[in-house]
Write a protein that binds this ligand. Structure first.
Ligand SMILES: [Zn+2]
Length: 429
């Protein structure tokens, strides 16, 4: 066996056969994704990833998905560039092969955690610099999955109206839970002391002085600054909606409501530069200011003529969409659509033992002797259960996975404040 890269590099016959069959059956999604983006740079540390029409072989055809990422580096751009180039692949490698669409979507939250941690760990072995925030969005059908560390945000406005936060705010100033976590892992939370006892600026954690509690690639701070993302997964109704992903340059100037309001009725392409312009008008160019607007729309309307989302009239809009859908000549079969945004998954814990466990019935699909984070092959008996050292008294059996390799186990302990003195340096994979 050649290890972790096997299913990435050589294509098994079964997959080739499937691909042949699949050429006949590329699933026509009933939705379309259109996007726009804009950026005004002050430091040049914001980076974006825009990928639509990614193809994936599934059990009975080819399915497409889209990926959008925003990486806002602090004190340099190395980590942001590294994450932009490697994160998606690390996430995809953590998804078992041969899953059908529903299973693939269900596997995403766990794969995102593994991919974020692997990206952080790999980067730390290459460079000793500052890190990056990440807001990472995967859209498959009507399901949106967002994983985030740091303080860039992603807001959803479904066509039915209202708004949903799909990302976490990992600023120490506003996140008490994270302050408690850091204090109990041995970090210190406080403001900058100017010397005379006067404290200035936002809450930061020491050592390092970062005002965020989570990021990818931070090497000059404590290990309790973890890359474990908050993950939220929702399913839109077939009426669709608009996603707005911005760096803190926008959110420092405008509220979510202001951002959604200022571009309502515009195409995604026009909306993104408009949001950036609005935030510059409000606060001036004080930071990198980046915005991605993504519209997820029903397929029956050609994307160019879609006026996007109008101001929602409570109750009315839903009725309009219903009526249109059932009368549309392009839709052959009746379908039942959910009324509102369905919440499929939400988890923000920093503990790998909670995040690599899965609430979905997927246990058997993950290979037993592969590290759940870096996907390296582990010899039988050498894997360390992700539950090792947690409070599962008496219940832990030697075969209770998921398992980590020694190097990832060290990383896990460091993140939990159990290895305070020695920094990750082994590089054993
Ligand atoms: Zn590992």
């Amino acid at each position: 066996m050649s290890g972790r890269s096997e299913h990435q590099k050589s294509v098994p016959l079964s997959v080739l056969l499937k691909r042949e069959l699949a050429n006949e059956k590329i699933e026509k999604p009933d939705m379309v994704v259109v996007y726009g983006h804009a950026s005004e740079n002050k430091k040049g540390e914001d980076f974006i990833l825009l990928k639509t029409e990614c193809q994936r072989v599934v059990a009975d055809g080819v399915s497409t998905y889209s990926v959008f990422g925003l990486f806002d580096g602090h004190n340099g751009s190395a980590a942001a560039i590294y994450a932009k180039e490697n994160l998606l692949n690390n996430v995809l490698c953590a998804i078992p092969p041969d899953l059908n669409r529903d299973e693939w979507v269900a596997a995403l939250p766990r794969a995102l955690v593994a991919g974020f941690v692997k990206t952080d760990k790999d980067f730390q072995q290459k460079a000793r610099t500052s890190g990056t925030t990440v807001t990472f969005v995967i859209i498959e059908g009507w399901v949106i999955t967002v994983a985030s560390v740091g303080d860039s945000r992603c807001v959803l406005e479904p066509s039915e109206g209202g708004s949903h936060d799909l990302s976490a705010d990992h600023r120490l100033e506003t996140n008490e839970e994270e302050r408690v976590r850091i204090s109990s892992s041995g970090g210190e939370v406080g403001r900058l002391n100017t010397g005379g006892g006067a404290e200035v600026g936002p809450l930061r954690c020491w050592p390092g002085g970062l005002c965020l509690s989570r990021s990818i690639g931070d090497m000059d701070v404590g290990e309790f600054i973890v890359p474990v993302p908050y993950v939220k997964q929702v399913k839109l109704s077939t009426a669709g909606g608009r996603l707005i992903i911005c760096s803190d340059g926008v959110w420092d100037a405008l509220t979510a409501e202001m951002v959604l309001d200022c571009c309502r009725g515009m195409s995604a392409e026009a909306a993104a530069p408009h949001i950036v312009k609005e935030s510059l008008q409000a606060k001036g160019l004080r930071d990198d200011t980046t915005c991605i607007v993504v519209d997820i729309l029903p397929q029956e309307k050609p994307p160019t003529s879609v006026p996007t989302l109008k101001r929602p009239v409570k109750g009315m809009l839903k009725a309009i969409f219903r009526k249109k859908s059932s009368q549309s000549p392009y839709i052959e079969k009746e379908y039942v659509e959910p009324d509102i945004v369905q919440e499929l998954y939400e988890e923000g814990s920093a503990m790998l033992s909670e995040r690599l466990e899965t609430k979905y019935p997927l246990c058997n699909m993950f290979k037993l002797f592969v590290c759940a984070v870096c996907q390296i092959e582990i010899k039988p008996g050498e894997g360390i259960s992700v539950h090792e050292g947690t409070d599962k008294p008496g219940k832990l059996r030697p075969w209770d996975g998921p398992f980590l390799c020694l190097s990832c186990q060290e990383k896990k302990e460091a993140m939990e404040g159990k290895r305070t003195s020695d920094r990750l340096s082994s590089g054993s994979d």
